[in-house]
Design a protein around this ligand. Structure first.
Ligand code: PLP
Length: 410
């Protein structure tokens, strides 16, 4: 009989969001009158901006006549989008990224998850902890993680980011990881690194021959001057880093699907014979084999984000979420809580009061305030004792949630 890829079998069921939903539903059943405010939402809630809608309507019309019809597009993305990304997201910021280094995709989840395809299963991996679960789970699938014990995989190096280190990951002590995942602005903590703090990682990777997989899905939330918008702002990063971006949170494309990955031409790794191979070349080879391109309609929508009106419209939506994050941050601090993140990100990370565990606080917050968030422990061992609230609800609900939390005086 055929057999399975055991790496998939050792992966535990993803339990975080299903358990959150289960507890909320149970609470609603026993308290049918309760008006539960969901502050755990990781999805955008505002509609797409008019510029993207208009461009996508037009793109659909293009598909209706043989003169303008688009079938399979280039696997790497259409030149109109790759050129716009290169110009607006990089060259206008003084960063030299050529369109041929940009691979358009259906989003950052697939790309962060798939990039390991071209890397040896023997590589060692480090993640910051707590972490976006996709990095860990896809390395389990690839056989790089070892075995699971006490919520941690034996071969993955967890780099804790907590209040104790100011949410700045410390360089690994001992074994040097081959692959390092960094996500800034960070999900789930909502914190960022300054240019100098990110430079420490680039210098480390260059010195030791490590690869940084840099996820900047939340780049559009950056408002502070000293926070880099791209890892390529740091000298030498073209030789050691891949960058993942997404239109999901930037422009509400979570349902439309479009993102991109930057693989600079200088980035090389060794094959078994010790010969240098270009990662750009290999990623292109992988994409051409396994991916048939993001849809024409999505790419037209994404390109419209770079027009002056598109830029203004998406900034307005992100500003709305950031205003919610400010209400959360300031309100919860006034309620006496320890609050982190939420300045350049849609996530606010709080310390569960009174030494409670993440799940204890989840239950108490739901019971006392009818507010639901996400327990930090679901994002990794160092998330225990923390709690994530998101800025993706309405301003009215966000204000009401803060009012209830203040009134509950934890
Ligand atoms: N990377 C991070 C850190 C995320 O939080 C998310 C979505 O929540 C993604 C990637 C997924 O982005 P996409 O919608 O482009 O697949």
């Amino acid at each position: 009989m055929f057999t399975l890829n055991d790496n998939f079998c050792i992966l535990p069921e993803s339990y975080l969001f299903s358990e959150v939903a289960r507890r909320i539903n149970a609470f609603k059943e026993s308290h049918p009158e309760a008006d539960v405010i969901r502050m755990g939402i990781g999805d955008v809630t505002l509609p797409l901006c008019p510029a993207a809608i208009e461009a996508m309507h037009k793109a659909v019309d293009d598909e209706s006549s043989s003169a303008t019809f688009h079938g399979y597009g280039p696997e790497q993305g259409y030149p109109f989008l790759r050129d716009a990304i290169s110009l607006h997201d990089y060259k206008n910021r003084g960063i030299d990224i050529d369109p041929s280094e940009i691979f358009v995709s259906d989003g950052a989840k697939s790309d962060t998850g798939n990039f390991g395809d071209i890397l040896s299963a023997d590589n060692t991996v480090a993640v910051t902890d707590p972490v976006y679960p996709v990095y860990v789970d896809t390395n389990v699938m690839a056989g790089r993680a070892g075995i699971l014990a006490d919520g941690a995989w034996s071969k993955i190096q967890y780099l804790p980011v907590t209040a104790a280190n100011g949410f700045i990951p410390q360089l690994p002590e001992g074994d040097v990881p081959d692959i390092i995942y960094l996500c800034y602005p960070n999900n789930p903590t909502g914190t960022t690194l300054t240019r100098d703090q990110l430079k420490v990682w680039v210098d480390f990777a260059l010195e030791h021959g490590s690869l940084i997989l840099f996820d900047s899905a939340y780049e559009s939330f950056i408002r502070e001057e000293d926070v880099p918008h791209s890892i390529y702002e740091i000298e030498g990063a073209r030789k050691c880093a891949v960058e993942f971006r997404s239109f999901s949170k930037t422009a509400g494309f979570t349902g439309v699907r479009c993102g991109y990955t930057v693989v600079p031409k200088e980035l090389k790794a060794l094959d078994k014979e010790g010969k240098e191979v270009s990662l750009n070349h290999l990623w292109n080879r992988r994409q051409c084999t396994k991916f048939n391109g993001a849809s024409y309609v999505s790419q037209r929508g994404a390109a419209a984000i770079f027009t002056p009106e598109g830029q203004r419209q998406v900034k307005e939506a992100v500003d709305y979420y950031l205003a919610n994050a400010k209400v959360l941050r300031e309100g919860l601090a006034e309620a006496g809580m320890e609050v982190f993140g939420g300045v350049n990100a849609p996530y606010v990370w709080i310390k569960a009061p009174g030494g409670m565990s993440s799940w204890e606080f989840f239950d108490l917050l739901l019971e006392k305030c009818n507010v639901a968030g996400t327990p930090g422990s679901g994002f990794g061992p160092a998330g225990e004792g923390y709690f994530r609230l998101t800025a993706f609800n309405t301003l009215e609900n966000t204000i009401e949630a803060v009012r209830r939390i203040k009134a509950a005086s934890f």
